[in-house]
Design a protein around this ligand. Sequence first.
Ligand code: SAH
Ligand code: SF4
Length: 344
Amino acid sequence: MSATNLLDLLPAEIDSLTESLGAPRYRGQQLMRWIYRQGVTDFGRMTNLPRELLQALQERARVAVPVVERRTPSQDGSQKFVFRFADGARVQSVLMPDGDRLTLCVSTQVGCGFGCAFCFTGAMGLERNLTTGEIVGQVLGVMGTLTAGQRLTHIVYMGMGEPLANYAATVKSLRLLTEPQAFGFSPRRITVSTVGLVSGIEKLARENLRVNLAISLHATNNETRDRLMPVNKGFAIEELLAACRRFPLPFRQRMTFEYVLLDGVNDTPHDARELARLLKGIRGKINLIPFNDWQGAGFARPPLPRILAFQSVLLERGITATVRWSKGEDIGAACGQLSEAVVA
Ligand code: SAH
Ligand code: SF4
């Protein structure tokens, strides 16, 4: 039997585990304090736990933080982490400082099966889903590298993979991140980005997680979106936006719509007007992402005046629209540039 990864377990499950090993439930809470407060993953260092429990844990469990295989700093202050899991699969996470924010972008799958035409991760196809422990393991792994004054403030699910296509592990990882006994992040500081998997959005709406949602829209008509994002053939724009309208947004929170700007494809002032029209009545803001290039992509970033003109149309209509100049472009860590091969 393979050992249980404690990073896969919610607090109540850890309590049950310690109980099943013959220790009282409060021992589970002590165990979690070691892992999530002290960052200690080696049972041998958990000095306030009884020897018999530690021995049982050594035999049956582990705290599997993935190995940081590579860490590449970017000129803009961000850092790309390449994590390797036990089976040799790799994913990337990107740490992005911005003023007093420190945001970590995590992956949910090795590769991605959605095949969006402009995305490098999409070009590699889906290798496998990550487990809950492998998702939160990226957070613990990065936390272990922070210096004394640094603290992660925000988590975004915008790395490799489609979070809602790995639904159960994603939702459980969100519970662990927001659980006070585990990571204890405020849900307002967590954003899940989705390609627009309507079935998943509707399920997520019922979870009462209160995290932020970001929707990758990227086109204003079904013909273009079909071409860019195959998922649109299953869930067209109207259906996606209807699900967004129904999504229970917490008080004062707005949904984010991501829109990658592709030269000559979706970047005209007409597209901007259409975008404004489509989002009418939705409490949302728009994040314009100038396309990040990768070899063989077949798309280009629009020239700056065109990007700014697109943004102006939205601003004139009273819509909050920011241009996200991706971090880590020089190290291949910007949105849509993530790809790591699996080694056999
Ligand atoms: N699978 C999820 C989350 C990961 S991608 C999703 O698609 O939403 C995070 C964001 O980067 C998405 O909005 C995605 O469309 C965008 N993106 C992908 N490739 C890009 C590229 N080459 N340039 C800019 N943004 C890109
Ligand atoms: Fe997958 Fe998101 Fe890339 Fe599309 S944009 S291929 S859904 S990671």
